[in-house]
Ligand binder design. Structure first.
Ligand code: MG
Length: 397
């Protein structure tokens, strides 16, 4: 059987590195034919040596220049030089011009959307880790996939768990799906204490090691809020059938409850290689050397309801779904700006959701948006959030 041709965007990030490992351990099955990173050209060069891809892209043109120089300097005689693309447009060109079966979308944030659309337009399945693109334009991506008869395979661990628990059943048989949430580092922090938590506290996630943006999103529960919207699109379910339960051990990755009262779930170690590999080898299950779950050793798994007062993100997710149209685009974009402001220590932790909620209130959602209105709403939300942030800073000064 021919190897599956894989394109990987975001190859030097957390999901990208895990994908790299999965591909190396399944070298007889998978071939990494294209790689893209933002600016970590030295790490990309190492990945080129391992996988000899046909093409690579670096979003940062300066980094692309350095990679070109290094490859031309001749130290890597044995290496077939890949075609090198650069810039935001380069990312999309790489996707359009490289023949592949599947794109692993592991760029975080709205920046990943144009490449994901290009992948579907050129006949590639999407293995989607970039939940933001589905949140901001779920109707467009899912319609495109349906029209082209392509798959959007979840890489997000919760959605992979639901996808796995749905095998052999049909959606009409589903009563509800239940996303599990670790609760993040502040699960037991009081509302009063939350006022003073620092960037460092928020970056210290109890069970998952991930990139900075998603780690902050896990601390605010915004990550779960985005995942509710992601699930709505991936599984085409109304918001009333999507629920969240806090499960601090992150062993059960999500559950599907059926109309006959049975609940099916997927358990596994908190290791992203599991959902990544399942997305790449679906519907087959192949060997993977990850830690095994020992229930006896764990002793107990615990569950609790999420607190939507301390963590308003979940409440907002349902409001956003209720509003529809471009509301989710604004929700996502405003959060991206607010998180980067928090990471720069300009606003307090509780300021993140406060800013996002203010921005949402100012937005007039556009129904059935086309791509242009989505990008317009995204840009509006970024500028509006910056405006709100400047006002906040003035007030607290
Ligand atoms: Mg997740």
């Amino acid at each position: 059987m021919a190897k599956k041709r894989v394109l990987l965007l975001g190859s030097t990030g957390s999901i990208g590195e895990s994908t790299d490992q999965v591909v190396q351990s399944l070298a007889g099955e998978l071939d990494l034919v294209g790689l893209a990173a933002h600016s970590s050209w030295e790490r990309l060069l190492e990945q080129i040596r391992i996988h000899s891809p046909e093409a690579v892209a670096l979003v940062n043109p300066e980094a692309a220049g350095k990679l070109r120089e290094s490859l031309a300097s001749g130290k890597d005689d044995s290496l077939r030089s890949p075609k090198i693309y650069e810039g935001e447009e380069g990312l999309v060109e790489l996707v359009r011009e490289t023949e592949a079966d599947v794109l692993v979308a592991a760029i975080s944030g709205a920046a990943g959307l144009p490449a994901n659309i290009a992948a579907l337009e050129t006949g590639k399945d999407l293995a989607l880790a970039n939940k933001e693109s589905l949140v901001m334009s779920g109707s467009i991506l899912t319609r495109l996939a349906r029209d082209k008869d392509l798959r959007i395979l979840p890489v997000d661990s919760e959605h992979s768990a639901i996808f796995q628990s749905l095998q052999g059943s049909s959606l009409e048989e589903v009563e509800r799906i239940i996303l599990t949430a670790s609760g993040g580092p502040f699960r037991q922090t009081s509302a009063e204490e939350l006022k003073d938590v620092t960037r460092q506290d928020a970056l210290n996630h109890p069970t998952w090691e991930m990139g900075e943006k998603i780690t902050i999103d896990s601390a605010t529960l915004m990550n779960k809020a985005l995942e509710i919207i992601e699930a709505r699109w991936l599984f085409d379910l109304p918001p009333e059938q999507i629920e969240v339960v806090v499960h601090p051990q992150s062993i059960i990755h999500s559950l599907v409850e059926y109309r006959d009262g049975s609940t099916i779930c997927q358990l596994g170690p908190p290791d992203m290689r599991v959902p990544i590999q399942y997305a790449l080898t679906y519907p087959r299950r192949l060997p993977l050397p990850v830690e095994r779950v020992s229930l006896a050793e764990l002793g107990q798994l615990t569950f609790e309801s999420p607190d939507t007062v301390r963590f308003p993100a979940l409440r907002l997710a349902y409001e956003v779904l209720e509003q529809g149209g471009t509301a989710a685009t604004v929700f996502n974009a405003s959060n991206e700006i607010a998180v980067s402001s928090f990471l720069k220590e300009e606003i307090p932790f509780l300021g993140i959701l406060k800013v996002v909620e203010t921005c949402l209130k100012q937005h007039n959602a556009v129904d059935n948006p086309d791509l242009e209105s989505i990008f317009a709403a995204d840009e509006w939300a970024r500028l509006e959030t910056e405006k709100i942030l400047r006002l906040e800073c003035k007030e607290s000064a």
